[in-house]
Design a protein around this ligand. Structure first.
Ligand SMILES: O=P(O)(O)OC[C@H](O)CO
Ligand SMILES: [Mg+2]
Length: 242
């Protein structure tokens, strides 16, 4: 297949891309809005996923006409206890660990850019500290003013590398429409790994759409290929068996 772009730096979203945490938000918010006789649909989920917490809560309240019944701030308070219990159980999504370890082992610069604020990031990565330590740096939602779909978080993350790469040499992995829009607004390439329940019309804008990170081929982006399974290890410099 033809190369898609020549990438030197890779930026990762977290929720719904590396960690299976979007389901937690869905379950908790379904329960919360049901109290008001409302349904938390995938149509609504698509509008709020990937955004900073308060911006997501504002959209939820306005889209469901809940003004006067609950404020965005109360939404965050009410969902917090359940989320705090769920987050430390977060599991990696397929292909995430292999890709991160591969890029890190090859010396490809990698950074995390998540709309999650630092406290949630810490809870979600409870079981994955060593893997997430492979990132050169991370930017969390509380560190930027304008959340996705604004480009700020990806520009801030890329700006922490020295020298900072040109956006056209950066590849962003995202699961959310707001995240894809942010990556493209930053002038970067974007590979989207959407939930299968997301309306395919919302894949528009992504440069590549994958069903799972397992299907990612680094070569298409000029990145080092995965080692061939079962291939003999490279001989040691002195010719002895490794
Ligand atoms: O997908 P992330 O990592 O930017 O975080 C998103 C929010 O925390 C929830 O949609
Ligand atoms: Mg996400």
């Amino acid at each position: 297949m033809a190369a898609l772009g020549k990438i030197s730096h890779v930026l990762f979203d977290m929720d719904g891309l590396l960690l299976d945490t979007e389901t937690f938000y869905t379950v908790v918010q379904q329960r919360l809005v049901a109290r008001f006789g409302k349904t938390f649909t995938w149509d609504l989920k698509a509008k709020i996923m990937g955004k900073k917490a308060i911006e997501a809560a504002r959209t939820l309240v306005s889209e469901l006409d809940l003004e006067g019944k609950i404020t965005p701030e109360q939404v965050l308070i009410e969902r917090e206890e359940a989320l705090d219990e769920m987050f430390p159980t977060a599991e990696l999504l397929p292909g995430a660990e292999r890709l991160l370890r591969h890029l890190a082992a090859c010396g490809v610069p990698i950074a995390l850019a998540t709309s999650s604020h630092l406290r949630h990031y810490t809870l979600k990565t409870t079981q994955h500290g060593e893997l997430f330590s492979l990132f050169n740096h991370r930017v969390t939602g509380d560190q930027i003013s304008n959340g996705k779909p604004a480009p700020d978080i990806f520009l801030a993350a890329a700006g922490q590398w020295e020298p900072a790469p040109d956006p056209s040499a950066c590849l962003v992995f995202e699961d959310a429409p707001s995240g894809v829009a942010a990556a493209k607004a930053a002038g970067m390439w974007c590979a989207m790994v959407p939930d299968s329940q997301l309306d395919p019309a919302l894949h528009a804008g992504a440069d590549q759409v994958l069903t799972s990170l397992e299907g990612f081929d680094p070569l298409q982006w000029g990145l080092p290929p995965f080692p061939v399974e079962g291939a003999a290890a490279a001989p040691a410099a002195n010719g002895a068996a490794a």
